[in-house]
Ligand binder design. Structure first.
Ligand code: IPD
Length: 267
C-alpha cells in the first residue's frame, strides 16, 4: 500500500487533467444557444469524457481497487478495501451556464474517507485533504470560519434541479434561516460549497445531495475543524446513506439544527 501522499498526488494530477479537459467544453457554453444539441447532451459528453479520463488514471494506477462514479456502472475491484468515489463534474447546471463547477475525487478505505482532491478549474483552486493530516487550498492550510454572530453567518444550500417539487420543504427551509442571518448563498456545486465552508467563505452549508458529490468536501471540512452531521445531528452512517447533511463551523451547525428542526424533511 503506497503512502497517502503518493495517492493524493495521483488524485490531484488526475483532477487537474479532468479540469483541463472539461474546460474545453466549458469555454464553448454559449454555443448551446445555436447548437442542435440540448444542454443534457452537451454536459453529458463532458461528464462522460471526464469520468473516462479519471477511471483510466486511477484504475490504471491501482487496478485492484473499486471505483464508483456518476456516469458509468461501478467497477468492483478484487481488493474490496479501497474504493474511489468520483464526481466528474459537480455542478452541471452551473457548467452549462458558464459558472463554477468542480471535479471531486475521494478515496474510501472501508467506511471512512482517507483522502480527497476537489478541483475548481474555473478559479484554479485545488482543495485537498488527508484524514488526520489537515486540508489545504492550493497548498495553504484551511480553517473553518470562527464566526459566532448569527447576523453574520453566510450559509450555503442548494435547490435541486430538475424536479424541485420532489424535494418538499426546500423553500420552507430557506425561509426558516433567512431572517436572522447575513446571507444565503447557492454556490451551485455541493462539492464546492463544502470547500467554501472549509475555507471560511461560507460559515455553513446544508443540503440533501449525493454522497459521491461531497465525500472529498466533507473530509476537507472535518480536517479544517468543522462539524458534519445529518439534519438531525447524526453521524456518517446516516448522512452517507440519505445525503441530508450539514457541514459548518460549530456555531452555524448549532443554529441550523435548531432552525431546521420544525421544517418538513425527507430522510
Ligand atoms: C448537483 C450539484 C448541485 C446540488 C445538487 C447536486 P451534479 O450535482 O452539486 O449544486 O444542488 O444537489 O446533485 O448533478 O451537478 O453532479
Amino acid at each position: 500500500m503506497p503512502d497517502h501522499d503518493t495517492i493524493l498526488d495521483l488524485a490531484v494530477t488526475t483532477a487537474r487533467e479532468a479540469g483541463a479537459l472539461t474546460l474545453e467544453w466549458f469555454a464553448r457554453f454559449r454555443e448551446l444557444e445555436i447548437s442542435h444539441k440540448g444542454p443534457a447532451d452537451f454536459v453529458s459528453e463532458a461528464d462522460f469524457a471526464s469520468e473516462r479520463l479519471i477511471r483510466e488514471r486511477l484504475l490504471g494506477a491501482y487496478p485492484d481497487w473499486s471505483l464508483e462514479g456518476e456516469e458509468y456502472a461501478p467497477t468492483e475491484g478484487s481488493d474490496r478495501t479501497y474504493r474511489w468515489l468520483v464526481d466528474p463534474i459537480d455542478g452541471t447546471t452551473n457548467f452549462i451556464n458558464g459558472m463554477d463547477y468542480t471535479i471531486s475525487i475521494a478515496l474510501r478505505r472501508g467506511n471512512e474517507t482517507v483522502l480527497g482532491a476537489l478541483y475548481n478549474p474555473v478559479r484554479d483552486e485545488m482543495f485537498t485533504a488527508v484524514k488526520g493530516g489537515g486540508s489545504f487550498c492550493n497548498g495553504e492550510r484551511m480553517r473553518v470560519s470562527g464566526q459566532v454572530d448569527t447576523r453574520l453567518f453566510a450559509i450555503g444550500t442548494g435547490l435541486p434541479t430538475p424536479n424541485l417539487s420532489l424535494y418538499p420543504g426546500a423553500y420552507a427551509r430557506l425561509d426558516a434561516i433567512r431572517a436572522p442571518i447575513g446571507a444565503v448563498r447557492i454556490v451551485g456545486s455541493a462539492a464546492n460549497s463544502c470547500a467554501y465552508v472549509a475555507l471560511g467563505r461560507l460559515t455553513g452549508y446544508f443540503e440533501e445531495t449525493g454522497f459521491s458529490d461531497t465525500a472529498a468536501g466533507i473530509l476537507c471540512v472535518e480536517e479544517a475543524g468543522g462539524v458534519v452531521t445529518d439534519w438531525w445531528g447524526r453521524g456518517p452512517e446516516f448522512y452517507e446513506r440519505t445525503g441530508t447533511m450539514i457541514v459548518a463551523n460549530a456555531a452555524t451547525h448549532a443554529f441550523l439544527i435548531e432552525q431546521l428542526k420544525d421544517v418538513p424533511k425527507k430522510g
